[in-house]
Design a protein around this ligand. Structure first.
Ligand SMILES: Nc1ncnc2c1ncn2[C@@H]1O[C@H](COP(=O)(O)OP(=O)(O)OP(=O)(O)O)[C@@H](O)[C@H]1O
Ligand SMILES: [Mg+2]
Length: 432
């Protein structure tokens, strides 16, 4: 966990892109409309990180073990059971992968992935070093988004660090520690900026932007609001990115309910409280029973359905949690599909067609010539890319870059997602 990952999702500089790249995209998915910036594909990591955060003993490791099948995090009924973070990679469930794989008669289907990190419990005073707080906070700094587990189950046998189950208070304790930690970071950074070490006028402009952003964020934090609630210009966001502020990270609240509440969690007043708090904080909520999910993951496949039915539900909550997390990270999927394999690739919302191609191989971005686009539904109804093209359902976008290199991508845009089929591309063609 040595690397700093908080900014690898995001572009480094704002460079306007040519709109001619996107002629084939619908307005809803037109990257120019959504995000007038050029991303550096080299900065995109294929496994983006979601940190599981919360008070001690609320079910973080139990959830981690369920999400990461065969996860080996120690989960037990005592606070601070976890000290070092546990890391695991999981597949993002997507039924379209299998539809495409069947249509293309692919030999294998490869899903998109996401990295989950089980972090030690935080307590009141963590930002002052309580309970190894500073070390744990630095682990949170390294993730791209936060899943805050909130205990909503009553069980006198499971120790609650503050003695009772009280979601609002628990959420406040965690958020306050994140706020204190950010305030501390900002104060230190502002001290440095006062010395004004900018070497040239460009660096000076950046320093000014950083100062102005930090002042705005500091005020919001003092008012008890997270950094992500502050509206900043793209330039200001860029200027403060390297600080990896904790309250800048998007959050999903995970309401951890008892086994008996899985079918009707809305009847649990603690869940209502989490939903209320999350909506005030503009964050999402996923209700799940970490205990149930963990037990499910240990059962043979054929017994899982029986167990779920006995609880009055038809499916596990994990798929939903993973999909929500993926969406929260601003990620989208496009697919390459052929006889060899159908594969889901992860891109950021707003990436351009050449950049999306560059996720497969950087040469695909450098040598990008053309992308063909067709809607996912059209692909499925036509049965193949060729058939969709014959019916005139495809469209093209082209930007000749390197005459010697030929790349042809078919990018399909269903509701908000890009899908592509590559053909005629081999590494060899780039080596010529
Ligand atoms: N939904 C649930 N219902 C009942 N018990 C649960 C539920 N979720 C977790 N538990 C129990 O709570 C206890 C603590 O779980 P776990 O070790 O996962 O917590 P943690 O948040 O990782 O703690 P720490 O911060 O100490 O690492 C375990 O005994 C686990 O079985
Ligand atoms: Mg733990």
């Amino acid at each position: 966990m040595a690397r700093m990952a908080c900014s690898h999702l995001l572009p480094s500089m704002a460079i306007p892109v040519k709109s001619s790249f996107f002629n084939g995209f619908s307005v809803a998915t037109n990257p120019v409309v959504l995000f007038k910036r050029r991303f550096s594909v080299a900065k995109i990591s294929m496994s983006l990180r979601a940190g599981i955060v919360g008070l001690p003993n609320v079910g973080k490791s139990t959830l981690f073990n369920a999400v990461v099948e065969n996860g080996k995090a120690q989960a037990a009924n005592f606070p601070f059971c976890t000290i070092e973070p546990n890391v695991g990679i999981v597949a993002v469930p997507d039924t379209r992968l299998h539809v495409l794989s069947d249509l293309s008669k692919s030999k294998r289907a490869v899903p998109a992935s996401i990295e989950f990190v089980d972090i030690a419990g935080l307590v009141k005073g963590a930002s002052q070093g309580e309970g190894l707080g500073n070390k744990f906070l630095s682990h949170i700094r390294e993730v791209d988004s936060i899943l805050q587990v909130v205990r909503c189950f009553e069980d006198n046998d499971i120790v609650h660090v503050s003695g009772k189950v009280e979601p609002k208070t628990d959420i406040d304790v965690i958020n306050l520690e994140l706020v204190f930690s950010d305030l501390d970071q900002i104060e230190k950074r502002m001290e440095k900026l006062k010395k004004g070490r900018a070497k040239d006028s460009q660096a000076k402009v950046k320093e000014e932007a950083e100062k102005s952003a930090l002042e705005k964020i500091q005020q919001a934090l003092l008012d008890g609001k997270p950094a992500r609630s502050v509206s900043l210009s793209e330039f200001e966001k860029d200027a403060i990115r390297q600080l990896c502020l904790l309250t800048m990270k998007p959050v999903i609240y995970v309401a951890n309910v008892a086994e008996s509440e899985v079918a009707e969690p809305e009847n649990n007043p603690h869940v209502k409280e989490v939903i209320e708090e999350a909506s005030k904080l503009n964050s999402g909520v996923v209700t799940i029973s970490a205990q149930v999910e963990s037990e499910l993951s240990e059962l043979p496949l054929e017994e899982r359905m029986e167990y779920l039915k006995s609880l009055g539900v038809n499916e596990s909550g994990l798929g939903n949690l993973i999909r929500e997390t993926y969406g929260l990270l601003g990620l989208r999927t496009y697919f390459t599909s052929g006889e060899k394999e159908t594969k889901a690739w992860t891109i950021l919302t707003g990436m351009t067609a050449p950049q999306a191609a560059g996720v497969i191989h950087s040469d695909f971005e450098k040598g990008f010539i053309r992308a063909e686009t067709v809607a996912y539904d059209d692909f499925v109804s036509a049965g193949s890319f060729g058939a969709a093209r014959e019916k005139g359902l495809d469209s093209r976008t082209s930007e000749p870059i390197a005459e010697a290199v030929f790349v042809e991508l078919s990018i399909i845009c269903p509701s908000g997602c890009l899908i592509s089929k590559c053909f005629g591309i081999s590494k060899k063609s780039f080596q010529k």
